[in-house]
Design a binder for this molecule. Structure first.
Ligand SMILES: Cc1cc2nc3c(=O)[nH]c(=O)nc-3n(C[C@H](O)[C@H](O)[C@H](O)COP(=O)(O)OP(=O)(O)OC[C@H]3O[C@@H](n4cnc5c(N)ncnc54)[C@H](O)[C@@H]3O)c2cc1C
Length: 320
């Protein structure tokens, strides 16, 4: 069976592969036999190899060197290009993070290949599914030149274990001078709450302009915490200073696709929908029965969020 390279993304805080990597290994299985590629400082692969094998990596290519760790993005694209030339894989699957998309773009140039971003599914014949135009159109595309390169949108595939050999193979890393133009000077681990990461969370509770103030976002946080979910916000809410911009969901914010998305005091503008409409179940709380979000919602509550949300939080907490 043809090999499919899957770039592993690491979670330094948790010391393992990101969920996005397990999703990419799962999606890659449709195309061929996944081979994970770990690129990082010496010692990176040791702690994650077993998990990669558990999720289907027949092989684990280990490209460890201080050089790949010391320079931004370009060395990773070089290592992948080297592997593509040596192994002629059926495809390359990379998580759709900002870094992943940049690596994919560089890899496409280096290998003269076509690439498809933010795909939600890959079929056995290489056809990829993408959601375009703020979610209004589903596109099916195939790469016709070179080795197909895909970046996989987070949460579009459920990671499924499929134990494989995970045979380790060392890759000799020779980073060119051209790839050493942006040196990493420092890494600062972002202080995070105990809540799950927004794009990876199974439950997201988002607040909009209807929340009315930064202080009142505690109502949203309370519901999210009672459900073990992440907090999101509409652009109107972040532009009003109610919540930080990094939590914005939508066309110009983050794309989420959780099992459950609760939109509170959010009208449901097309640009907001673009970032959440592939959520499996959508619940809306809005005092306006005509709010467009209700067209999308599986379950809607018409009412004042200041009454509905604390009551829901109380009931959920009582039942835990
Ligand atoms: C190029 C471009 C990109 C954009 N990108 C994004 C994006 O990434 N994400 C995004 O979200 N938006 C984006 N927008 C903005 C988008 O068009 C909307 O303006 C925005 O989503 C509205 O946010 P909102 O629903 O919170 O506010 P509003 O549209 O003002 O809706 C507030 C809702 O709260 C309800 N409400 C008020 N008080 C209460 C209460 N007490 N209880 C219950 N309900 C209440 C109201 O009935 C109303 O439906 C973008 C716009 C443009 C032009």
């Amino acid at each position: 069976m043809a090999e499919v390279l899957v770039l592993a993304e690491l979670n330094p805080a948790a010391g393992g592969p990101r969920k996005s990597t397990l999703e990419a290994l799962t999606a890659a299985r449709a195309l061929g036999e996944p081979a994970a590629v770990v690129i990082g400082a010496p010692g990176t692969a040791a702690g994650i190899k077993d998990t990669l094998a558990e999720y289907g990596a027949a092989k684990v290519y280990v490209a460890e060197s201080d050089d790949v760790d010391a320079y931004l993005v370009a060395p990773k694209a070089e290592v992948l290009a080297q592997l593509v030339a040596e192994r002629s894989p059926a495809g390359v699957v990379i998580p759709s993070s900002p870094e992943g998309k940049e690596i994919a773009g560089r890899l496409a140039i280096k290998t003269g290949s076509g690439f498809l971003t933010d795909v939600t599914e890959i079929a056995a014949d290489g056809t990829a599914t993408q959601v375009a135009f703020a979610g209004a159109t589903i596109v099916h595309s195939q790469v016709t030149v070179g080795t197909p390169i895909y970046t996989l949108r987070g949460n579009s595939v459920t990671p499924e274990p499929a134990p494989a050999a995970g045979t380790e193979e060392t890759v000799q890393v020779a980073v060119s001078e051209a790839a050493k133009q942006t040196r990493v000077l420092d890494r600062v681990v972002e202080q995070k709450s105990n809540r799950p990461e927004l794009t990876e969370a199974a439950i997201v509770v988002s607040g909009g302009r209807g929340v009315a103030s930064a202080e009142n976002f505690s109502v949203i946080e309370g519901l999210a915490d009672s459900l073990g979910g992440a907090v999101g916000a509409s652009r109107a809410a972040v532009d009003s200073g109610f919540y930080p911009h990094s939590f914005q969901v939508g066309q110009t914010g983050k794309t989420v696709s959780p099992q459950l998305y609760i939109a509170v005091g959010i009208s449901g503008a097309i640009q907001h929908r673009a970032g959440m409409q592939t959520s499996k179940t959508i619940v809306a709380v809005n005092k306006d029965p005509e709010a467009p979000i209700f067209e999308l919602a599986d379950f809607g509550v018409v009412g004042d969020l200041n009454t509905v949300v604390p009551a829901a939080t109380e009931q959920i907490s009582a039942r835990k």
